[in-house]
Design a protein. Structure first.
Length: 255
């Protein structure tokens, strides 16, 4: 049976989640305490046992429409390769269409999974750019972003997936809680862990100031940087509509 989760399923959902994604215990704890919503979980069960699950998190793409973000898709090890995830995702497509969603989007957990999702009708549509930045000479300090900076963050952001006030609140709280930071300077911001998870800017000089600051903050001479670009395939889309969709940046999707 395929159904949405109920509150009583949360304990089993968490157990399966930790088995599948246990490599980042601090994030898992934070996610389930602050972000997780069992009402977004679609699962498949048999004789009362959850065999596979995924979250369908609602987002909207500017100029395209509402989409569901397939997140945390996993199957219990003893039930893998038996078609359960495929059934679950095909059911999610039906639910998308009922809700008026124009697409299903996801980020494959590994390169090998791009081929699996392609068989289910997904196409690679989301990209980012990666580079290694060498520390420069700027000694300008940057400020940590707060809730008061959310409008500035959104003004700098150029991705197509809409980010509202609540989204930025969650990101700021999460990074602050897990040891990361979001730094902002003039027309640039950078989301930082042990690398730059995302950088957006309108002026390249501001970008260099921020990256020099990040190198000093992390006490490194080089830093890995992720930003807008098309060199790195990251996400896929199952388009339910007749609208054309060009490739687009994707980032900071709890991935």
């Amino acid at each position: 049976m395929i159904r949405y989760a109920e509150k009583e399923d949360v304990l089993e959902i968490r157990k399966l989640w930790d088995l599948a994604f246990g490599e980042d215990a601090d994030f898992n704890e934070y996610f389930f305490e602050n972000i997780f919503n069992y009402k977004n979980v679609l699962l498949i069960e048999e004789n009362g046992e959850i065999m596979a699950m995924t979250q369908l998190i609602p987002y909207e793409i500017e100029g395209f429409g509402k989409v569901s973000y397939v997140y945390g898709a996993t199957t219990k090890s003893e039930f893998r390769s038996k078609g359960y995830m495929g059934k679950l995702l095909k059911k999610s497509f039906e639910l998308d269409i009922e809700k008026g969603n124009v697409a299903s989007i996801l980020i494959p957990a590994s390169e090998s999974l791009f081929g699996y999702y392609k068989k289910l009708g997904y196409e690679t549509k989301f990209y980012n750019g990666k580079e290694v930045y060498k520390k420069g000479e700027s000694l300008t300090d940057c400020l940590e972003a707060t809730f008061e900076d959310i409008q500035r963050l959104n003004d700098i952001y150029v991705g197509g997936i809409k980010r509202d006030y609540k989204y930025w609140q969650e990101q700021i709280k999460m990074y602050n809680s897990l040891g990361g930071k979001i730094f902002i300077y003039k027309s640039c911001y950078a989301v930082v862990s042990n690398k730059v998870e995302e950088i957006m800017y309108k002026n390249r000089e501001d970008r260099n100031v921020v990256l020099d600051f990040v190198c000093r903050y992390l006490k490194v001479d080089f830093v890995e940087v992720t930003g807008v670009g098309n060199s790195n395939a990251i996400g896929m889309m199952k388009n339910h509509s007749k609208k054309d969709f060009e490739k687009m940046y994707m980032g900071l999707m709890f991935n």
